[in-house]
Design a binder for this molecule. Structure first.
Ligand code: ATP
Length: 266
């Protein structure tokens, strides 16, 4: 595939619910290899954007029939093909996963099929099994393979869920609030895992409200507010006191240590 084709391009996406625009003519382009954080306050439309990409919600169509969402240049995909390019871990998926009663290895294997559990009609071959084992190893969760996912801690479950997305060896990963509910140490270890994946060539698209999660590898930031693009560009320009304060509607002071950012409320 031509590497100049954007990983993601969104052209004036509007999503309406109950007469209100959850996304309002949002346009956005993310290049292949461009590790990106999508940052915004509660209710700014981040999860709606993820759902738009996952096709859990649909935008208004354009009069001229042009595509609103293109992933790797195309607007039509079969699910298996798409997953081998873009792994998505959304908050909806996280909820479904944590509520399923499946052993972790099978939950990872279910990533090959459009379901959260393995059914009798799912033909798992040795190659798939090998890749599921590898994916669990990759996230440091081999020891959890035989555990029922509903018994895993939040941090353990998060790793298994990333393994499920990695089973396709996707070029990019879209993660919606992956650190929600993690204690500070687990969060840092989890961010280290994301850093390794980024360095190994997986493009990260990380949705968050915390600048602390914008790992050094991520250089590009997209800011959302009220369902619209607030700003986007290099993190050095965007992650500054005034801009972040405007985005979150609270005075904030930004600090930077060893490539990581922090924000203090004033
Ligand atoms: N199905 C729906 N019907 C009506 N309103 C909705 C629906 N889904 C989302 N919204 C509203 O759309 C807005 C954007 O929601 P969204 O979940 O995308 O925000 P978010 O940036 O992900 O927020 P958070 O950081 O709190 O998760 C919110 O005001 C929310 O209440």
């Amino acid at each position: 595939m031509d590497t100049s084709t954007p990983l993601l391009s969104i052209d004036r996406a509007t999503v309406l619910r109950e007469g209100r625009a959850l996304l309002d003519r949002l346009s956005l382009t993310i290049a292949q290899g461009q590790h990106t954080a999508i940052l915004g306050p509660n209710g700014s439309g981040k999860s709606t954007l993820v759902k738009l990409i996952e096709r859990r919600v649909y935008p208004l169509v354009h009069d001229d029939g042009s595509a609103v969402v293109r992933i790797f240049g195309r607007d039509r995909w079969n699910v298996a093909e798409l997953r081998s390019l873009l792994g998505v871990v959304s908050s909806d998926l996280r909820r479904e996963f944590e509520a399923s009663n499946e052993v972790a290895l099978n939950a990872v294997l279910s990533g090959f099929f459009a379901s959260m559990t393995l059914g009798l009609d799912h033909a798992v071959d040795d190659g798939m099994r090998r890749r599921a084992v590898e994916a669990l190893e990759r996230v440091g969760a081999s020891h959890l393979a035989a555990r029922d996912v509903s018994t895993l801690s939040t941090g353990e479950a998060r790793r298994v869920l990333i393994a499920r997305a990695l089973v396709h060896r996707p070029r990019a990963l879209l993660l919606d609030e992956p650190c929600a509910g993690l204690d500070p140490g687990t969060r840092r270890r989890f961010l280290d895992l994301l850093r390794e994946l980024a360095r190994d060539g997986t493009t990260l698209l990380l949705v968050t409200h915390h600048v602390e999660e914008i790992v050094p590898e991520i250089g590009h930031v997209v800011m959302l507010r009220d369902g619209a693009l607030f700003d986007h560009g290099a993190k050095e320009r965007l992650l500054v006191d005034e801009h972040l304060s405007d985005l979150f509607g609270w005075r904030m002071e930004v600090e930077r240590t060893d490539g990581f950012y922090g924000a203090r409320l004033r």
